[in-house]
Design a protein around this ligand. Sequence first.
Ligand SMILES: *Cc1c(COP(=O)(O)O)cnc(C)c1O
Length: 381
Amino acid sequence: MVQTGFRSLLAKVHAIPFQTSLCSTSGVIEIDLAAIADNFRRMSGWAHGAEVAAAVKADAYGLGGGRVAPVLREAGCRSFFVATPGEGIALRSVLDDAAIYVLNGLMAGDEAAFEEYELVPVLNDPGQVDRWAAYCARRGAALSAALHVDTGMNRLGMTGEEAAAMDSRGPGFPVALLMSHLACARHPDDAKNADQLARFRQLDPLFPAVARSLANSGGVMLGADYAFDMARVGIALYGGAPLDGGPNPMDPVVRVRARVLQIRQVPRGETVGYDATFTAPRDMRVAVVAAGYGDGWPTVFTGKGAALAGGARVPFVGRVSMDLNALDVTGLPEGQPAVGDLVDLIGPGLGVDEAAGRAGLIAYELLTALSRRFERRYLPA
Ligand SMILES: *Cc1c(COP(=O)(O)O)cnc(C)c1O
């Protein structure tokens, strides 16, 4: 069969896993691997001697676990946390000698996969403890697991009483870690932190030889009392602020750049975008960029978002649509930006926390929503 130019291009596109890199309209996410390693070392220095483990769930907060985890391993990270067994299996293919904990627990039927890929289940209730103990007995193997005790978040985890019962009857497998999770660590003044710490401390007599973990990124900043043996750090590694408000002590990691597709003159009184929610109050110059909710910028940014064009801040105008968004560039010098230029949605002067916060989102949410349409470029560690 004769291949038309179009067909042979299609064949090429399908042969390349990151097909978006072929598209000259695509935006670019730059991920600074050296900054991730620096942030890991910085958090390790602040952790009061505790081991810093990396939370790499949701594909390392959207940044690409396959690239990020080996860099962290190289920087000295020995323990990694994912949410699901599938994430753990994927991570195992790039980490052969690190501990991989699976936070979402142990559902029936997954036991063999945990064993095969040497994943450590974080057991969240007595049923899961019994399930793992029964599996270990069946296999005649002492496979370790972590126990998650709830101290007031009421998300996952067993009660303190359930943990005590485990301890007194012997769980039936080696306990690698006793952990809990803070609900308000981003807010150092919240009384809930001390309350959760006190409840975690009540577990002191249990499993005396077992390592403990309470702090996430924010928890590391709460002081030595919260450090225990291991901190589980996510957002700070990826350049997000560990605490709400105040200066961000982490190195920026992520730059998100969208391509300008068209510059248009919008006369006063004309509207921009779906549902005509924005009416030009004066003659305007508008840059239409290729980044919409299909790329990870949801419609809550309508009327709230901003970008940097050549370093200058420009507001979003009109409703964010699936593939496109409009920026008011009236105030910029003629010819700036130009078609084909990249503008920053996250970049120097517009950090991930500020970018997300403009629309009432959190940095975690914006990062994990970044779509596959962006080309990901990794700056070397
Ligand atoms: C996601 C998560 C972390 C990491 O939290 P950050 O705020 O990103 O540091 C730690 N522990 C648990 C249980 C988590 O779910």
